[in-house]
Design a protein around this ligand. Structure first.
Ligand code: AMP
Ligand code: MG
Length: 488
């Protein structure tokens, strides 16, 4: 048996999902199989890459032990509440055990219609499949909590969007697919039994150290809040813009989920957004912490019926928790940027230095990733010129560098130590938007060479790879990506 399924979600009450099988695709072919991840999941990598594995992951055959289902959830999308969203183009096959001992969902995306598809076709175009594969695996290589990519498949079908596009099926691996929107689903139906079941299930699965808390709902809120504060801070440290932080795209486990219209900053600009449908910049780079807080407030509201004996006490309890978010986030962010500057933890100096560097970068429109990547090399003075040359006014950068060196000295941090800290915080390579677009363009003609090349570079994002140095480059004027589109 290829998958040793141990399903728990399928044991929950039937209100949690709709049982539905994937719909076969015409002529599936593997584009990528993540054999390393398969190994971590106890799945035979060669078996997964075989014809049998292909049939399973394209939805053409159902593996033994799978209990395919589409999960129910709601969500606040761009501020407005949709009571019924659910898996409209995704089907959970089942759960396997990772070698860390925790369950992982194996989910097919683009595997055909479900009772939650509404007017959608349940399919995915190939472009979003390749983007999710590359970006989620890059996030994993950066060390961030994220859903993973197990496979990308060319379906052989056409899908109809603005244009006719080749179809794809993506296999997503996640600690679970529970979202804030899952809690909202039960709360909005006033199914408090279901909500209680969900809270207990989520606590057990993701916060086992909190199961004995006095109040499970508050414990869950607290856990999700801490993980999300840290996650969003780490996104900020990479210049990552999620693009569609709806409450149905915010995971209770604290993983980054849903790589639809995501993008990375080239030039530093807190107001930057890429998503075509995000007209007002609700999900712009610098607004992500506010939105995380807003989303957590929706989670708190959903959990309110379980958060205290009476409503007044419940409101007081969740409010007290929610008020901690800004500080939690600020301290995560300060630590993230402290590491980017070579400090082992944040203090007043590292905070001020990060602020002043970011404002120089903003004023002079300097590339986010290159700045920190060159700062890494500037620490022992050798390549300080490459850093300051990024700035149209290099003397301002030299002045900042001098202050930075003084602060490192004052903290007693040796150049090598600072360099080692920065080496795991400041990637050389990120999935640049224009590179992703080029991958997607080439894939229309079934040319996957750019996909594989970019994937290989991003597996070692912190290493200098001399042969791949062009992958560091920001886009040329004509390559700049203006907008990204959802996977739909
Ligand atoms: P997303 O923008 O990916 O977070 O999706 C929002 C909602 O739309 C989810 O309920 C999806 O399942 C649903 N959806 C997106 N694309 C499709 C599609 N092609 N067919 C059916 N449902 C879809
Ligand atoms: Mg989604």
């Amino acid at each position: 048996m290829l998958f040793q399924f141990e399903n728990t979600y399928a044991r929950l009450p039937e209100t949690f999902f709709a049982r539905v099988d994937p719909t076969p695709v015409a002529a599936p072919e593997f584009i990528a199989v993540n054999k390393a991840l398969a190994g971590e999941l106890g799945i035979d990598p060669e078996g997964l890459a075989s014809d049998e594995g292909l049939a399973f992951l394209s939805g053409n055959r159902i593996p033994e032990g799978a209990e395919p289902l589409a999960a129910a959830y709601s969500g606040h999308q761009f501020g407005g509440f949709s009571p019924v969203l659910g898996d409209g183009r995704a089907i959970l096959l089942g759960e396997v055990i990772h070698r860390d001992g925790l369950h992982r969902d194996i989910q097919l995306k683009g595997s055909g219609p479900t009772p939650f598809s509404r007017r959608g076709d349940g399919r995915s175009a190939l472009g979003p499949v390749l983007r999710e594969y590359l970006v989620s695996e890059a996030m994993a290589a950066f060390g961030l909590p994220t859903t993973r990519a197990l496979a990308a498949i060319w379906s052989g079908d056409k899908v109809y969007r603005e244009e006719v596009e080749p179809g794809g099926v993506f296999t997503r691996v996640a600690r679970s697919h529970l979202r804030i929107g899952t809690c909202e689903y039960f709360a909005s139906r006033r199914d408090f039994e279901g909500l209680r079941t969900l809270v207990d299930y989520a606590l057990n699965r993701h916060y086992p150290d909190r199961v004995d808390s006095e109040n499970s709902a508050l414990a869950l809120l607290n856990g999700v809040m801490e993980r999300q504060a840290s996650l969003v801070a780490r996104w900020m440290g990479l210049g990552f813009i999620h693009g569609v932080m709806n409450t149905d795209n915010m995971s209770l486990s604290g993983e980054t989920i849903d790589y639809g219209p995501c993008a990375f900053l080239d030039r530093y600009d807190p107001a930057k957004k890429f998503s075509f449908i995000d007209r007002n910049g609700r999900y712009a780079y610098g607004n992500q912490p506010n939105i995380a807080h807003w989303n957590l407030t929706r989670l708190a509201e959903a959990l309110l019926p379980l958060a205290g004996e009476d409503e007044e006490k419940a409101i007081a309890a969740v409010t007290e928790l929610l008020e901690r978010f800004p500080d939690l986030f600020r301290s995560s962010l300060a630590n993230t940027f402290a590491a980017k500057l070579g400090f082992d933890k944040a203090d007043e100096n590292s905070r001020l230095l990060a602020e002043s560097l970011l404002s120089l970068m903003g004023e002079q429109q300097v590339d986010f990733t290159l700045t920190f990547r060159h700062l890494r090399s500037a620490v022992n003075g050798a390549k300080a010129d490459a850093f300051s040359a990024l700035f149209p006014r290099p003397e301002s950068a030299r002045e900042w560098l001098a202050g930075w060196h003084r602060a490192l000295d004052a903290a007693g941090i040796l150049a090598d130590t600072a360099e080692a800290t920065m080496r795991t915080a400041n990637p050389v390579f990120i999935p640049r938007n224009h590179r992703i677009e080029a991958v997607i363009e080439a894939a229309r003609d079934k040319n996957f060479a750019p996909f594989h090349q970019l994937h290989a570079v991003l597996q070692r994002p912190f290493e200098e790879q001399e042969e791949n140095y062009t992958f560091e480059d920001p886009p040329l004027a004509h390559e700049v990506v203006q907008a990204t589109f959802c996977g739909t």
